[in-house]
Design a protein around this ligand. Sequence first.
Ligand code: NAG
Ligand code: NAG
Ligand code: NAG
Ligand code: NAG
Length: 230
Amino acid sequence: MFVAPLMALVLAASTAVAQDSVVGTWSSGSQHVIPGPGFANPAKKSFTYPNTTGVGYSFSDDGWYELARYRFTSNASEPNCIIGTVIWAHGHYELLGNGSMVLTPVGDGYQQVQAPCAGTSNFIQNYNFTELMKTWQIFQDPQFGPKLHLFQFDGSPVAPLFQVSPTPNMLPKQVLRNVTPPVVTITSDGLITTQTGTTRRRKRSAAPEMQRPIAAVAGLVAVAMFSAML
Ligand SMILES: *[C@@H]1O[C@H](CO)[C@@H](O)[C@H](O)[C@H]1NC(C)=O
Ligand SMILES: *[C@@H]1O[C@H](CO)[C@@H](O)[C@H](O)[C@H]1NC(C)=O
Ligand SMILES: *[C@@H]1O[C@H](CO)[C@@H](O)[C@H](O)[C@H]1NC(C)=O
Ligand SMILES: *[C@@H]1O[C@H](CO)[C@@H](O)[C@H](O)[C@H]1NC(C)=O
C-alpha cells in the first residue's frame, strides 16, 4: 500500500526541476569555459583561453546574456585539419511564450578562428549571430545539481550546461567596444563561411595561437561527430 506514494516520490525525484529560471552562470563539461572577465577582454578584442574546451552562458534577471565558447572541430573532408574557434558575445535574451528563447547580441561580439589548412590561418573578426533556442529545460542532476539543456533552432542540443553559480558571471551590460564592419552574421558552427573568407583576405590579423587542450584530443572524434552540441 506504500507503493503508490513511493512511486510518486521516485518520479518526483527523477524529474525534479530545481528551478525554472535560467538566471545564473552555466558551463558545459569540466566547466572551465565561463563567461565574464576571465574569458574575454572586449576592449582588447582578446581571449584568455580556458584549459578545456566547452561552452558557457550567463543569464541575468534583467534580460542580459553572455556567451563564451571554445572548441576544436576537425574538417570533415580533411580530418587532420583541426579548426579552433573561440567566441565571445553578449546581448539580450527573451523567453518566448511558446517555450523558445532568442539571444540577440548587441553587436560587440568577436571570434577567433584558427584553421591551419585554410590560407591565412588565424584571425579575429566581429561576430554578431542571433541564436534561437527552440526549447530549453532545467533538470536536477543527482551529482551536479541544476543542469540546463538548450536546443538550438534545428533541434540539436547544446552540450548540457551545469550551474556554476546562481548569479550571472558577466562583463558590464552595455556595448563594450566600437565595431567597424564587416561583421559575421552567419556561422556554420564556427567553420569558415564565405563571408569569413572575405574577411580573412581583407584583414590579416596576427592572432595569438591557440593550443589545443590535451583533453580535446581524446574528445576530438566525439567533438567532430557532435560538433553542434558544443
Ligand atoms: C589553466 O591551468 C593552469 C594550471 O592548473 C592555471 O594556472 C591557469 O590559471 C588555468 N587557466 C585558466 C584560464 O583557467
Ligand atoms: C516560437 O516562436 C518563434 C518566433 O515566432 C519561432 O521562431 C520559434 O520557432 C517558435 N518555437 C517553437 C517551438 O515553435
Ligand atoms: C547585431 O545583430 C543585432 C540583431 O540582428 C542587430 O540589431 C545589430 O544592429 C547588429 N549589430 C552589428 C554591429 O551588426
Ligand atoms: C576543409 O578542407 C577542404 C579540403 O582541403 C578545404 O578546401 C577547406 O578550406 C577546409 N575548410 C576549413 C574550414 O579549413
